[in-house]
Design a protein around this ligand. Structure first.
Ligand SMILES: *Cc1c(COP(=O)(O)O)cnc(C)c1O
Length: 416
């Protein structure tokens, strides 16, 4: 296929997606207003961008930043810090913050993300390091149904007198399923509350921010957590994570990050406030660019005859696009194409490698400005059947388009 043919194919997909994209633009506009309103309401000012050092006592910038995040995501209170190192750290803080010995945690979306399993104590990668199981906190799980839905009756049957936390992962992770929509999250939470009102519902919100007009706290969750080098950082943030929700629980989480009695009061902002808020300000647009890129990818590769999930017109709840390529050669070629379209390290050819914490070899294309930032265009694939590549991100829609053009070109080379 010539480059002109590839362009034509992409153009055809774009035409078919016109109405779908218009709906997303409307959500984007809604979220832009939401973010702007929160900044104005909290009287954000130049003085808040000052760097604090040492203990960071009386840090107005940090406090205003956390109030803005709380308002945008519908929480009473937020913890938004560069001292939260990753999404895993944010989620782990939530679990260790609210659970006590004898409590049970129930995951209702099947196995959590690989790295969270170590915090719970489900695998052998962190023996003796103080996982939940070492504190006599037990774990139970309800798997998703074959169609990816949540089996509510089964969930209700698994709720016991000591079930303290209900855990949901909104995004797909490395599973072969679509993400959980907000409607589903809402229905499940209301059914659970009827059976046990005082459970703490924690949602791993990674990759889900700004996809809808609502966020999980708006539909009944108690705590959400995520990474600032994904959607909510808009690509401008260098490091950090967030936890937002009910005052009582976020305070427990803050006390876990710092120390009981100190909670929110300490933690120098190290000069991140400007990028956190500028990133949040553009995050609705950046996220929609990435989402449109994902939908375009789905459409183009479905046209080329590949199985994709979600499909182009499916309702989405994260920015991940999976393409079933079917062979190691193809996933390698795909990642090579994406890497060659990167602004950074474009000359590198990605190779499969044994990444710590993962069972199969992984190949990754990520020519990013910020290491591991997956709101930037990136693709990765575990080297195992049925050879699925997971693509996410794209700071601009145009970049995703260029990326998939290169990926198609690399795949074409295999056929020749
Ligand atoms: C990325 C991600 C995590 C972990 O975040 P890290 O920043 O990689 O530690 C957890 N859950 C989901 C669904 C994710 O996408």
């Amino acid at each position: 296929m010539s480059d002109d043919k590839i362009k034509e194919l992409i153009h055809k997909s774009e035409l078919s997606l016109h109405d779908k994209f218009a709906t997303l633009d409307e959500i984007c506009e809604f979220n832009q207003i939401k973010v702007l309103d929160a900044m104005q309401k909290n009287r954000l000012s130049e003085k808040h961008f000052t760097m604090s050092t040492g203990y960071g006592y009386n840090d107005d910038g940090r406090e205003v930043c956390e109030k803005i995040f709380a308002d945008v995501f519908g929480g009473e209170c937020a913890l938004v810090r560069p001292q939260i190192m990753s999404g895993t750290h944010a989620i782990s803080l939530c679990l260790f913050g609210v659970l006590r010995p004898g409590d049970e945690m129930l995951s209702v979306t099947g196995s959590p993300y690989d790295t969270i399993q170590s915090s719970i104590g489900l695998n052998n990668s962190a023996i003796g390091q103080g996982s939940l199981s070492e504190f006599n906190i037990t774990y139970d799980q309800v798997d998703l149904q074959n169609d990816g839905g949540i089996d509510i009756n089964n969930v209700l049957n698994h709720i016991k007198s000591n079930t303290k936390v209900i855990f949901m992962q909104r995004s797909t992770g490395y599973a072969k399923r679509n993400a959980i929509t907000l409607d589903v999250i809402k229905n499940v939470i209301s059914a659970i509350r009827k059976k046990k009102a005082d459970v703490i519902v924690i949602v791993d919100n990674c990759y889900g921010e700004f996809l809808n007009k609502e966020e999980p706290l708006n539909v009944g969750a108690d705590l959400i957590a995520g990474s600032l080098i994904k959607n909510p950082g808009g690509g401008l943030v260098h490091t950090g994570g967030y936890v937002i929700g009910k005052m009582k629980y976020v305070t427990q989480v803050a006390s876990r990050l710092s120390a009981p009695g100190i909670a929110f009061e300490v933690g120098a902002n190290l000069g991140v406030i400007r990028s956190y808020l500028q990133g949040l300000f553009i995050a609705p647009t950046v996220t929609m660019n990435a989402l449109k890129g994902a939908i375009l990818t789905a459409s183009v590769f479905e046209d080329l005859g590949y199985e994709v999930f979600p499909r182009p017109f499916d309702e989405r709840s994260d920015i991940i696009q999976a393409i079933v390529l079917g062979s190691k050669e193809k996933v390698t070629a795909y990642c090579k194409g994406i890497q060659s379209a990167s602004p950074v390290d474009s000359y590198a050819a990605p190779e499969p490698w044994a990444m710590p914490g993962y069972e199969d070899e992984i190949i990754m294309a990520a020519g990013n400005f910020v290491q591991g930032s997956s709101i930037e265009l990136s693709a990765d694939a575990p080297i195992r059947e049925p050879y699925i590549v997971y693509q996410q991100g794209g700071l601009t829609y145009e970049h995703v388009k260029i990326g998939i053009m290169r990926a198609v070109r690399e795949l074409e080379k295999l056929i020749k």
